[in-house]
Each structure stands twice: as structure tokens, then as C-alpha cells.
Design a protein around this ligand. Structure first.
Ligand SMILES: Nc1ncnc2c1ncn2[C@@H]1O[C@H](COP(=O)(O)OP(=O)(O)OP(=O)(O)O)[C@@H](O)[C@H]1O
Length: 506
């Protein structure tokens, strides 16, 4: 049974999941809006079922191949490049679980989703323990199928798309930057990748924390096993525990079967806990126990299950400040703070801006089918002088927009000035847009892939607007502004810095 909560256009959210618990599907927009650019293999002996799944995925842009039995499917999956595989449990000859086991060994970075019409919860457990990425009951729910496949495809890309450090290669993502601060990051990265220690990656939004997490994984000793990422901020608090720890049948109303959580799924592999600062205090305590004891109990379970996981965590939050406010556990902080990589904000390494500009322009020119992109020297210098509250992500988005706007003509300083003014205009006031219009605009940006997560973006816009207005009305008097806002002066100063709002005096 699926309940869709439609906010605005295609928001897909709450769902009574196939294990009977509430589940936050992906927190992203419908694949219909997103367009799934992926190559998927469906292994199913039922022509009807294969067609239903294939049509549902083709409709959103995926390229789909179908195999009718396990042997053929396995051969295709091993030979050809796919982003994800969907296999039925019951197949003539080589069964679905065997397909999963074989691919887990030979192509551990290829996510495999098991489908079955059997109501036996044991199949799901065996599949996930055997290395399946996820499990879908039949008859398939089209939206659920698309959502799970979309997640699987992004997981596959996170694992398989190489992250090059300091150099540019086709078909790879690159960490760009020659500044001293980035050189330090690369050194830390090299040192920590080959050790099993838990690494905490810190840095403002858009500074490249996810890239670093992928690089740590790819250059680490568990690169031949899966990389499982959980965004703690994208999953509602009360669902996060079950997502991580799993649950036993009957653990809570509606938990109709046992569910394997991400910790267990990441046994012998790597688990990336993104936005760890957004985890609530109770769960922080439970996470600390996992880090110390390396064993878990499923929600509602008694059995201690050993988990051998390499943890990578990331946050853009100021954990020290959170500890002071009683929002983050100090013991967990000390546990996590042993090995850290801190990414510098872009405004502290403006010397890297020209390199990033070259890199992104070349990439986007290729994506947009343009021969080459050109940008005026003054325009690059202008970019070097900006505060970049959204860091590399913001720079990347501005360049993308500039390229689309100029369609092959040289990008000038004025173009960038205009685009930056648009993107950082005080949307609620000066822009003359209503709250509803802004909301729609932000949702549209998320659908276009310009921003990651409309929720965080709205929060950022509101904060920026509120702080900007307070500073303006107080004529730059931070103490006054802080009082009006009900924030400590320290918090306000940090936030102003984060958003690059100055014009202030203490
Ligand atoms: N040093 C870099 N070189 C090249 N691209 C980068 C670099 N840093 C960030 N990016 C790009 O900027 C975008 C944002 O990076 P990423 O998602 O890793 O940031 P983040 O720190 O995890 O942000 P958030 O805290 O908002 O999740 C991505 O498209 C990433 O590829």
C-alpha cells in the first residue's frame, strides 16, 4: 500500500513500505520529472511482469534490456555495462538469489534489486544479506519501482564513477584545486583512505564532502565491496533508526516482517553517514554504541549482530556549537573527531577558482554539445572576488547557467553579475515574489538538478533573507540583530560568515 504525499508537483514521500514500516522513499522528485538516464537489466521469466517494469522505466528515459532466465541475465550483467539489475526471485535454472550472490562477488558495485510475488519475508532478508541493494514485492508499484531504481542508479554512480584527485579524466569526477588548503586535504585523504579508521568529513555546504567520501572509499581497502550512503537529514527522525538498524517483525504497529538495516547491509563494506549533525540525540547514543562495540540490535530485537563496517561521516554543521547547545553528544564527537578532513570554503582558496572554471566549462560544453566554452579574463577575476556562500556547487551552477545563456558566445563579467544577482536576490522581498512563488521556483530548481534538496535550499533562503533583513534594519549592528533574532552573537557571526553577508559592525 503506498500513500503519496503530493507537495507542489511530483513530490513522492511517505510510504508504508514493503516491510510494513513507514518509509521515506527518496525525498526527491518523481523520476518522470527527473529523467532517469540509465541502463537497466531486467531478469524475469514472466513476459508480462518484465514488460510492466520495462515500460515503467523506459517511460522515464531508461534504456532497458530483458533477460528471460538467470543464466542469460548473469551473462549479460557480467559482459555489458548496466547501472542496475532487477531480478525476479523465481527463475528457471539459476535463481534470483544465485544471481545476486554471483554479482555480489564479481561486480560488487552493481546494485541488484530482487522482486518477488512471494509473501515470505525471509526472501527479502536472504536477498539483502546476500548482497542485494533492495527488494520489491510484486505486483510492482510503478512509482516505487522507479524510486528504488533511481536510488540504485545513483548508488552505482557513487561507487563506480571514479573520483580523480587533482587531475581531469573523461568519465570521472575530479577533485580540483592546487591551493595549499586542498593539498592538505589530499594528503589527509591519502593517509586515511588506506586505514580502517572512521573518518569525519567537515566543511560548509557545497565544498565537496561527498566527493571526498567517494574518494576515501574508492582508494580504500574496501573498494571491492559496496559503498552504502545514508543521508541522515533526508530521512525523518523516527524512520532513521529503522533505516539504519533494521527492525524485527512486530517491533511496532505495522512492522509485518523483519527488515535488514543499513548497518547490516554494510557488513564488510563501507557506510557513508551524510549530514550526521542532523541525527537526534537518542540515535547519536545508539550510533556511538555501534562505533564502540561494532554490534547492533535491530529495533525490537534482542540478538546482538556483529557488524564489521568502515564508517565515513560528514556534516556541514558546527558540532562544537551544537555541543554547547546540547544538540550533539560530546562523547560521539570525540569518537568521530579522531580522523577528520576539513574542506576549506571556496572563498579561502580563490586561487583555485580559475581551475574550477576551466573544469566546469569544459564539462558542461561537452554536455550541451558545444564545441568549446570561452570566458573573459575579467569575468574569471570577478568570480575570484565573490564570497561563494554555496561554495563549489554554487560556482558550478552559475557557470552552467552562463553557458546555457550564452550558447557559445564568450561569457562576460556582466553575465555573471546578472546571474549571481538573480541567484542571491532577496527572494522574499526585493524579488517581489510571493512565498508560494519562491517555493515553486525552488522545487523547480531541485527538479532541474540545480540544487540538492528543496528543503535545505528553502531553509537557506529563509535564513539568508532573515539575517540580511535584520542586519539591514539594525544598520549593521550585530548585537542588536542577534537580540532581535534570538541568536547568540557567536551564532549570528558564524551564520553571516557562512552566507557571506558583511556590511556589519559589532
Ligand atoms: N574540489 C572540487 N572539485 C570539483 N568539483 C567539486 C569540488 N568540490 C565540490 N565539487 C562539486 O560541487 C558539487 C557539490 O559537492 P558535494 O556534493 O560533494 O558537496 P557537499 O560538501 O557534500 O555539500 P552538502 O553539505 O551540501 O551536501 C558537486 O557537484 C561536486 O562534484
Amino acid at each position: 500500500m503506498v500513500y503519496h504525499l503530493h507537495v507542489g508537483m511530483e513530490w513522492r514521500g511517505w510510504q508504508i513500505d514493503r516491510f510494513g514500516g513507514m518509509r521515506w522513499l527518496s525525498g526527491r522528485f518523481s523520476d518522470l520529472a527527473m529523467k532517469l538516464k540509465a541502463r537497466i537489466l531486467i531478469i524475469d521469466a514472466s513476459e508480462h511482469d518484465a514488460k510492466v517494469a520495462a515500460d515503467a522505466l523506459r517511460e522515464v528515459g531508461a534504456e532497458v534490456e530483458v533477460a528471460e532466465d538467470g543464466e542469460e541475465g548473469l551473462e549479460m550483467a557480467l559482459k555489458e555495462p548496466f547501472d542496475a539489475v532487477i531480478t525476479e526471485y523465481r527463475l528457471p535454472g539459476v535463481g534470483g538469489l544465485q544471481v545476486i550472490a554471483a554479482l555480489h562477488v564479481r561486480k560488487p558495485r552493481l546494485p541488484v534489486v530482487l522482486t518477488t510475488g512471494m509473501r515470505d519475508g525471509d526472501v527479502a532478508i536472504r536477498a539483502i544479506k546476500g548482497g542485494a541493494y533492495d527488494f520489491l514485492p510484486k505486483p510492482l508499484d510503478v512509482e516505487e519501482l522507479r524510486s528504488v531504481v533511481d536510488e540504485a542508479v545513483s548508488a552505482a554512480r557513487q561507487m563506480a564513477k571514479p573520483v580523480e584527485i587533482g587531475k581531469v579524466k573523461q568519465e570521472s569526477d575530479s577533485l580540483i584545486g592546487k591551493s595549499r588548503a586542498m593539498a592538505r586535504v589530499y594528503r589527509e585523504l591519502a593517509k586515511m583512505a588506506s586505514t580502517p579508521v572512521t573518518v569525519l568529513i567537515r566543511g560548509d555546504t557545497g565544498t565537496g564532502k561527498e566527493l571526498i567520501a567517494r574518494a576515501l572509499y574508492q582508494h580504500g581497502h574496501r573498494a571491492h565491496k559496496p559503498f552504502i550512503a545514508v543521508n541522515c537529514a533526508a530521512i525523518p527522525e523516527h524512520l532513521l533508526e529503522s533505516e539504519l538498524f533494521g527492525h524485527e517483525k512486530g517491533a511496532f504497529t505495522g512492522a509485518v516482517s523483519t527488515r535488514i538495516g543499513r548497518f547490516e547491509q554494510a557488513h564488510h563494506a563501507t557506510l557513508f553517514l551524510d549530514e550526521i549533525g542532523d541525527m537526534d540525540m537518542t540515535l547519536q547514543a545508539k550510533l556511538l554504541r555501534v562505533l564502540q562495540e561494532r554490534r547492533i540490535q535491530r529495533v525490537g530485537g534482542r540478538e546482538d549482530i556483529p557488524v564489521d563496517v568502515r564508517f565515513i561521516a560528514a556534516t556541514h554543521r558546527n558540532l562544537e556549537e551544537m555541543i554547547r547547545k546540547g544538540e550533539f553528544r560530546e562523547d560521539l564527537y570525540y569518537r568521530l573527531n579522531v580522523a577528520t578532513i576539513t574542506l576549506p570554503p571556496l572563498r579561502e582558496r580563490t586561487g583555485d577558482v580559475p581551475l574550477l572554471v576551466d573544469y566546469f566549462l569544459a564539462r558542461y560544453a561537452e554536455d550541451f554539445g558545444q564545441d568549446k566554452a570561452s570566458i573573459a579574463t575579467q569575468a574569471v577575476e570577478y568570480l575570484e572576488r565573490q564570497p561563494w556562500p554555496g561554495n563549489v556547487r554554487q560556482l558550478q551552477n552559475i557557470l552552467r547557467k552562463a553557458l546555457l545563456k550564452k550558447r557559445g558566445y564568450t561569457i562576460m563579467e556582466d553575465d555573471l553579475r546578472e546571474l549571481l544577482a538573480e541567484s542571491s536576490a532577496p527572494v522574499f522581498q526585493g524579488g517581489g515574489e510571493s512565498f508560494a512563488e519562491v517555493t515553486r521556483k525552488v522545487l523547480q530548481q531541485a527538479m532541474d538538478g540545480e540544487i540538492q534538496g528543496a528543503y535545505a535550499e528553502m531553509q537557506r533562503l529563509m535564513e539568508q533573507e532573515l539575517l540580511g533583513a535584520a542586519i539591514e534594519l539594525s544598520h549593521g549592528n550585530k548585537a542588536k540583530a542577534a537580540r532581535w533574532l534570538g541568536l547568540s552573537r557567536l551564532t549570528l557571526r558564524e551564520k553571516l560568515q557562512q552566507y557571506g553577508i558583511d556590511r556589519t559592525k559589532d
